[in-house]
Design a protein around this ligand. Structure first.
Ligand SMILES: Nc1ncnc2c1ncn2[C@@H]1O[C@H](COP(=O)(O)OP(=O)(O)OP(=O)(O)O)[C@@H](O)[C@H]1O
Ligand SMILES: [Mg+2]
Length: 259
């Protein structure tokens, strides 16, 4: 074991990300997610939050800049290191992105089977353990995604994201479309899981209550880069119309007063 400090979960420096030729989405973007924190990423619709997540997952190759996940760059020459690093990430996509033809059980088993080297018995044990973690019954495993409620889709997606026991969990709008009660339960679930398993979280969200409840720090994406990053109080003090609208509107003031 090395005594050296372990690298951050995510470290992005000077990112340039294009949508098409000459069409800049991110420019001079820096972002750091520490290994022990919940970082929320906020920004207007279409500002490029989901696309930034795709870069972090290695699904999109940026035009320039450095992107490191647990110290490993996606253009690292060792394919094995990249593969091993990818397995440390759990992803809950914005729309749930469950495989509609696969049962709940097979959705959660998918990353385990894809990784290979496990017996079906072991896989079954893990799948049921993950379903239990997100408060679903074994019998739910037989259902198809089309028959699930919105809250259940989120929980099954979360179980799938947790299947490989990630060190960084990325959540893209985890509470969007959930009623306040379900959102609160989702937040409590993430808190409980983090308490037990100590993973880092990068959460994209528009939901101020959820952000206040979960975040250690908040990063604001606007004007193609991270314009502010820090604690809620620090970020709120930043002068930018997005920040003023997001945190200073009626909804924002109410949430901050409760938080
Ligand atoms: N595959 C794609 N090809 C070209 N442009 C795309 C593609 N996917 C997204 N975009 C564009 O990239 C921009 C950023 O999209 P992105 O999905 O990252 O926004 P977002 O911040 O996640 O928004 P929301 O809050 O609505 O989810 C948008 O202008 C979108 O139209
Ligand atoms: Mg998005």
């Amino acid at each position: 074991m090395s005594a050296e400090r372990e690298p951050d979960a995510v470290e992005i420096r000077g990112l340039l990300n294009l949508l098409g030729p000459g069409q800049v989405l991110h420019r001079e973007l820096d972002l750091q997610v520490r290994r022990d924190e919940v970082m929320s990423l906020v920004g207007g619709s279409g500002s490029g939050k989901t696309q930034l997540v795709r870069v972090i997952l290695g699904l999109k190759t940026p035009a320039a800049g450095s992107v490191r996940v647990f110290g490993v760059s996606w253009d690292h020459p060792s394919a094995k290191r990249v593969r091993d690093t990818r397995r440390r990430l759990g992803m809950l996509f914005q729309n749930g992105a469950l495989y509609s033809a696969l049962s709940v059980f097979d959705n959660v088993a998918f990353p385990l089977r894809e990784r290979g080297g496990m017996l079906e018995d072991e896989i079954r044990g893990i799948v049921y353990a993950k379903l239990a973690q997100v408060e679903l019954e074994p019998a739910h495993g037989r259902l198809l995604p089309a028959s699930l409620s919105g809250g259940m889709v989120k929980r099954v997606s979360l179980a799938r994201a947790l299947a490989l026991s990630p060190d960084l969990l990325i959540l893209d709008e985890p509470t969007a479309g959930l009623d306040p009660d379900r959102s609160e339960r989702f937040v409590a679930l993430i808190k409980r899981l983090r308490h037990a398993h100590r993973f880092a979280v990068l959460m994209v969200s528009h939901d101020l209550d959820t952000i206040i409840e979960l975040s250690d720090r908040v990063a604001v994406l606007a004007d193609q880069h991270i314009i502010a990053c820090g604690t809620l109080e620090e970020v709120r003090a930043h002068e930018h119309h997005f920040v003023a609208n997001f945190f200073g509107g009626e909804r924002g003031r109410r949430a901050m007063a409760q938080g």
